[in-house]
Design a protein around this ligand. Structure first.
Ligand code: ZN
Length: 136
């Protein structure tokens, strides 16, 4: 599924388990963030620590169990864990020996957000198509 309109791009990342990783920067023509969907097999971790120059990262664990390291700290992560890391943080993520780990990583420029949710969203008068169908 790849669909493009005047104000959107939509894609499917397919079988993440088979691919290991999908980045969405190009597929969605992202302009303010980078998103990757990642799958680490049991016992596998990213083989290096890394930091960033300008971007913070938000990791959202959606399945499995693992360990997360930031600088000298290491802690458990599991489905539902969400971690934000400052650009300077030396980070790494690994799956536990008995569990694969699926997570989404969102990368965006640190301190760039000036408004969010209700501060930025605008509710429009036009009904969404599902409500138009429901009232037909
Ligand atoms: Zn990174």
């Amino acid at each position: 599924m790849n669909t493009t309109g005047n104000n959107y791009q939509a894609t499917s990342v397919g079988d993440i388990q088979a691919k290991g990783r999908a980045t969405l920067h190009n597929e969605l023509a992202l302009t303010g963030s980078e998103i990757s969907i990642n799958e680490l097999p049991p016992g596998v971790g990213v083989p290096f620590l890394h930091s960033h120059k300008r971007n913070e990262e938000i990791y959202v664990v959606v399945r499995g169990k693992g360990r997360f390291q930031v600088d000298g700290d290491e802690f458990e992560v599991a489905e539902g864990s969400v971690i934000r890391v400052d650009p300077a943080g030396a980070r790494c993520i690994a799956a536990e020996p008995q569990s694969s780990l699926r997570y989404i990583c969102i990368q965006t420029e640190a301190k760039s957000l000036v408004q969010f949710t209700e501060g930025d969203g605008v509710i429009l008068e036009t009904k969404p198509t599902w409500r138009q169908r429901a009232s037909a």
